[in-house]
Write a protein that binds this ligand. Structure first.
Ligand SMILES: O=P(O)(O)OC[C@H]1O[C@](O)(CO)[C@@H](O)[C@@H]1O
Length: 395
């Protein structure tokens, strides 16, 4: 991958690290990661050699960051990225990098990138697929009849809201917060630039929309409904859907997950199966293009978009960027003053963009001062508990 080093650096703010006990980032590295290893072991019957590799990974969590094993996937690149941090404590290095490297080691430990019988077996597949059989998704699919029957703009707005809030409770979030399910009733948009998104789409219609996906399961189902609406209402002539080239964070969507969701929609019959049929046809005739660039599985901010990817994105009428992790990579995973302008921070990005994010980590920008004061006094967990969201647009 050729990384673009030519962009201006983001304005300075201290990167988030995880060494404050009780902080969100500390909880992810010291509590959520061991829980995740336990869940993977419970759901996939790995043999002794892989169990041992998982034990070794688990033991590093309270210790220091180990090198990747010899023969690891993309070894030279990761060695370069890891060089400043190896041998240090996980909690003392940038949170964005540490989380990403943990997933890299976890995939290696499970033999995902190996040449043996576990090669290509997604350790998170049981969790991702289970989400396709939840009552929440069944309810979402039943609601599609009304969504599709609504006038164009109402149907687009409903699909946008579903895609946004579908991001609320990814699997990592549910692992450490079993009460997350109950929070599905709380809606609170901290910033809503959706009018500007519709303006961009109308002005460029039928345009080229890129959607940088986040999670599989219920969120990807909602993203596909949004893509269908964009194509049916001719806001988009072509949609490029960017997925991960291999499993990454626990719930991140790959092409295999896309096929699972399409199958689930097909099986639901009626409106959902109509959407699956239209999207399948759109993949077949090139109106829905599936991309999976290796950059999406790197620990880098979007400032470092490789040239080929930046060139592809630059042609977009608008790039829709989903989720918390992509947002952290977009604005920089740092202790910004929350009133910092989103537009300024993302001015480097090569195309107009809309970020749809439910807040599940400490980064916050683009919040008005009054709103911020209100949130700090009335909703202390607003940055991390998944009850708040933003639609931020930069034209
Ligand atoms: O799936 P999303 O929305 O990118 O959320 C992933 C988020 O979950 C965490 O991995 C842990 O909550 C965050 O660190 C990360 O930003």
């Amino acid at each position: 991958m050729t990384i673009n080093h030519d962009q201006n650096p983001l304005p300075a703010a201290a990167p988030i690290v995880s060494n404050v006990p009780g902080s969100f980032a500390w909880g992810v590295l010291t509590r959520r990661h061991p829980d995740l290893i336990a869940t993977v072991r419970r759901l996939v019957p790995y043999p002794p050699a892989i169990q041992e590799s998982l034990d070794q990974l688990l033991m590093t969590i309270d210790g220091t960051i180990p090198p990747l094993p010899a023969g690891s996937h993309d070894l030279a690149t990761w060695q370069e990225w890891a060089a400043p941090y190896l041998g240090r404590s996980w909690v003392d290095v940038p949170f964005l990098w540490a989380e990403s490297y943990f997933y890299c080691l976890l995939l290696e430990a499970t033999g995902y990138f190996g040449s043996g019988p576990w090669a290509g077996i997604d350790p998170f597949a049981p969790q991702k697929n289970a989400e396709l059989n939840t009552p929440d998704l069944a309810r979402d699919l039943r609601d599609l009849d009304r969504l599709v029957a609504a006038p164009d703009q109402a149907s687009l707005s409903a699909a946008l809201a579903a895609s946004l809030w579908g991001n609320r409770a990814d699997l990592g979030f549910r692992i450490s917060d079993p009460g997350a399910q109950g929070k599905d009733q709380v809606d609170d948009l901290v910033a809503d630039d959706s009018a500007e998104l519709w303006r961009l789409l109308d002005a460029g219609a039928p345009g080229r929309v890129h959607l940088i996906a986040d999670n599989a399961g219920r969120e990807l189902a909602a993203d596909l409904v949004l893509i269908d609406r964009l194509l049916v209402t001719e806001r988009a002539a072509i949609v490029a859907l960017h997925l991960k080239p291999h499993p990454y964070y626990v719930s991140d969507a790959t092409t295999a997950d896309l096929l699972q969701v399409l199958r689930r929609l097909e099986e639901a019959r009626d409106t959902a199966s109509g959407i699956a049929a239209r999207l399948t046809a759109a993949i077949g005739d090139g109106r829905l293009q599936v991309h999976a660039h290796s950059f999406w599985c790197s620990p880098l901010t979007f400032q470092k978009l490789p040239t080929d990817l930046a060139t592809e994105l630059a042609e977009a009428t608008v790039v829709i960027i989903k989720g918390d992790l992509n947002y952290r990579r977009l604005v920089g995973d740092a202790h910004w003053d929350p009133t910092t302008s989103f537009q300024d921070l993302t001015s480097y990005f090569p195309a107009p963009l809309a970020a749809l994010r439910t807040l599940k980590s400490d980064v916050a920008v683009g919040v008005g001062p009054d709103r911020l004061a209100h949130l700090e006094s009335n909703a202390p967990g607003w940055r991390t508990d998944g009850t708040h969201a933003v639609i931020h647009v930069r034209s």
